[in-house]
Design a protein around this ligand. Sequence first.
Ligand code: DGT
Ligand code: CA
Ligand code: CA
Ligand code: ZN
Length: 574
Amino acid sequence: MDNSAIAAVFEELAELLEFRGENPFRIRAYQNGARAVRDLDEPISQIAADPDRDLASLSGIGKTLAEKIDTLLATGSLPQLAELQQAVPEVVIAMARIPGLGAKKASKLHEALELNSLDDLAAACHAGEVAALKGFGKKTEAMILDGLAIAKAASERIYWASADKIVTELSAHMQGCNEISQLKWAGSYRRGRETVGDLDLLAVATDRAAAMDHFEAFPGRVSTIARGDTKISIRLGKAFQVDLRLVDAEEFGAALQYFTGSQAHNIHVRRIAKEQGLKINEYGVFRLDDDTRVAGATEEEVYAAIGLPVFAPELREDRHEFEWAEQHQLPDLIEIDQIRGDLHMHTSATDGQNTIREMADAAIERGLQYIAITDHSQRVNVAGGLTGEKLLEQWKIIQEIRPEYEGRLSILCGIECDILESGEMDLPDTVLSQADWVLASVHFGQKQSRDQITDRILGAIENPHIDCIAHPTGRLINRREAYQVDLDAVMQAADQHGTFLELNANPARLDLNDTHLAAAKRMGIPIVINTDAHSIEGLGVMPFGILQARRGGLTASDVANTLDLAGFEKRRNR
Ligand code: DGT
Ligand code: CA
Ligand code: CA
Ligand code: ZN
């Protein structure tokens, strides 16, 4: 077993123990162990085999985990994990992901109704069986029906960022196969969707069987779902699937175009082809009358054969791309190296892990010219939110260290100020007026009515001290729906008052989403793409935000933090 497979075992153990409500310290130990193993830069089997070294002395491992690693290396499995998997069926874990349901109620439902899938649960709800159970009732049943979609997605789709990790590992592995001459990732991963259902890999190989063998030898593979002559599907971890398709070199571009999708985009492409007497499929572009092949080897020639440009994969959703292509107005989509500032990050003064200086140094390393330090305000007491007094002290410190960064990085005195349940701001105007940069966000009272929440955000937009609304809908992908909010009204107000809207680049947030961003662009509302980093590593999520922005059709000129600081300030005070 390689490091990542062992880490995955510890992660699953932690998840199952957490589910069973076991000792949090034990759970933490497995989570830390998983991270420690994953971050090692040499194979853990090598350390275990070295008589001069001791696994238990590695940071984050310890005696218990060292023994388990020995067992895993020797036998490839862990009895404790098998027992836990037996005790907690997968469907119960899936049910527990329904917001508001939790482990206890999920177990109870499972026992009482003998459910085998989330679909069974939906059926039981519709049949009134859930409401009839003791301790459940109509309200719980409605909550379950509301939350089923989220739980379903969570058990079927992973964050793009998680898919990207797999892609990196699997790409490196496939590099070692000499029989492969071309290799490309397609599907929703290539389109940059916020979640990915499965991964689609395409290859041209001189020896297809050898390429499949190599694919099957990937250390993260748990099982092979199916293997044929041109396609093989493997399973990684508990459920995640990767498909590899082997095609001829003359078909590679057509296959790449087809399997990148989306299906809706492809249907539109096929219609355009047909209008020109052509047929397009995964094998190539052909003349309808005599079946002559006119293109297929590259995506460029495939699109060119039907008079279309090579669309950026992020735009292939059949939204506006064909209209834009016709008018020769395809947007020049934003790229990561156009970002100059990051206006949302936390430090150890609240729930971040690093100091202001550490964040500043890391920002310089990432090529940024300016940042805003935006810790939480007092209402977020679980995160150690700052009182006005504490905040003013922090800003003084920032002013003191600024000279050290002169000419290298500008550090703005900022704050992420809570919009309270009452609609008031968590800090007085006398404090906010002294800031260089104020984000406003909703963390509490997310269950309020649509009118209430909308009014709270409108109030913040109208406040002259507020520069930007952070993560405007509050959704957490696979975990929590957006709160009820009238985004049209929010955008109109933002436009009117010159308030920025954030695209939060955290892979679990990506808030605003792609269609919201497209709407904001149409209205001319400047977007700011921020990392909301809680550590120096957290600054690394910017690329996920860029992908989402590209899916929304955004160019550099739609995103305010592509400007230098002077330009950014000017845009803000328009
Ligand atoms: P996912 O995996 O759910 O995140 O989404 P995709 O888009 O990767 O979907 P997937 O893996 O089922 O198929 C990859 C691409 O292959 C898809 O975007 C379009 C193409 N494709 C697959 N099946 C069909 C089909 O029945 N008709 C058409 N037109 N295209 C298809
Ligand atoms: Ca896919
Ligand atoms: Ca697939
Ligand atoms: Zn934040």
